[in-house]
Write a protein that binds this ligand. Structure first.
Ligand code: APR
Length: 311
């Protein structure tokens, strides 16, 4: 079987780590595209990772370029092109800059990789993925935003840290927009099948929820410059693998809703089935009344940011 081609648009902090993990997992050959100003850097990252391959023996080829035609025929395109947050900034503060960038990227992806499964990562995520969808005209099943996979991993991490139990056994869902209004669903969270509500007190669970909602900001403060990059790269890889290996994984993702949860015409975090058909299905959880209200208020936030795109 010919190797798959994975195009990473944006070879910064996330893009570099993503290239490494994709290569290590032998998901396919990787091409990193960035702007001419950093061409040497992305070529360097590609070559550096090529030279790391002999240690573990993975046969993925990597390259870096500023020429968009390099993504030609890609099976997957992961977009991290844009600017990250600095301390004190919200994700929405990035809209103007990242909107211009995504519009240009969308046109190029349409031109060179019209059959790809596209994962958008740039923030403010729910609006930027919407902009990609609008500008590219791609079908809804082949455009998805990566946020829920990361938010969910954070939720699982904090549950494991608080309970002292294996992160492997934690299962939960985070829904809604990628920001402080996101909705970690505590009612259905389990550790090894045991309800979280039987393991931790409500006060402890509430503290976890708050930390999940602010987890991105916690890292922006710690780094002082830039935002999280290891965990987003791992989350994107999970989605790429689900698609390329047709795994039918259930991954919270910013998927385009057409009636699911009463939401119509917006990308927002919902449990999505990801397989060879891209976003194959959105699973509908029977939400409690309070959860429905929280989902509605996070949707209102997303609507405001989307309206600011003018699309
Ligand atoms: N085409 C390709 N690459 C671009 C373009 C463009 N038009 N414009 C900017 N880039 C590149 C930058 O040159 C940089 O290398 O995107 C890269 C972004 O990398 P970082 O600044 O290191 O940001 P990173 O931490 O990787 O985050 C990227 O993901 O999580 C979000 O909020 C975050 O929007 C940010 C994005």
């Amino acid at each position: 079987m010919p190797k798959k081609k994975i195009a990473l648009v944006g070879g910064g902090q996330i893009g570099g780590v993503l290239a490494l993990i994709c290569a290590q997992k032998e998901l396919g050959d990787v091409v990193i595209v960035d702007i001419p100003e950093v061409e040497g850097i992305v070529q360097g990252k590609a070559l550096d990772i090529m030279e790391a391959r002999p240690h573990d023996g993975y046969d993925a080829d990597l390259s870096g370029t500023s020429d968009f035609s390099g993504i030609k025929g890609a099976d997957v395109v992961a977009i991290t092109a844009g600017v990250p947050r600095k301390p004190g900034m919200t994700r929405e503060d990035l809209l103007d800059t990242n909107l211009k960038i995504i519009s240009n990227v969308a046109k190029n992806v349409k031109k060179y990789a019209p059959d790809a499964f596209v994962i958008v990562v740039s923030n403010p995520l729910d609006a930027i993925v919407y902009a990609f969808y609008e500008v590219s005209g791609f079908p809804k099943n082949r455009v998805v935003g990566m946020a829920g996979a990361l938010d969910n991993a954070r939720f699982r991490t904090f549950i494991a840290m608080e309970t002292g139990l294996s992160v492997q056994d934690v299962s939960c869902i985070v829904m809604g927009g990628h920001g402080p209004t996101m909705v970690p669903i505590t009612r259905t969270a389990t550790v090894g099948g045991v309800p979280l509500t039987d393991i931790l007190s409500q006060k402890e669970i509430d503290a976890i929820v708050k930390r999940v909602q602010e987890a991105g900001t916690e890292l922006v403060k710690l780094y002082g410059k830039g935002s999280a990059f290891f965990s987003p790269a791992a989350a994107i890889t999970e989605m790429i693998e689900a698609y390329l290996r047709d795994k039918k994984r259930v991954i919270p993702s910013a998927a385009y809703c057409e009636g699911e949860y009463g939401i119509d015409g917006y990308f927002i975090g919902v449990p999505a089935v990801i397989g060879a058909g891209g976003v194959e299905k959105i699973l509908e959880v029977d939400l409690a009344d309070q959860e429905k209200e929280l989902l509605q208020s996070t949707l209102e936030k997303v609507k405001v940011t989307v309206s600011e795109t003018g699309l």
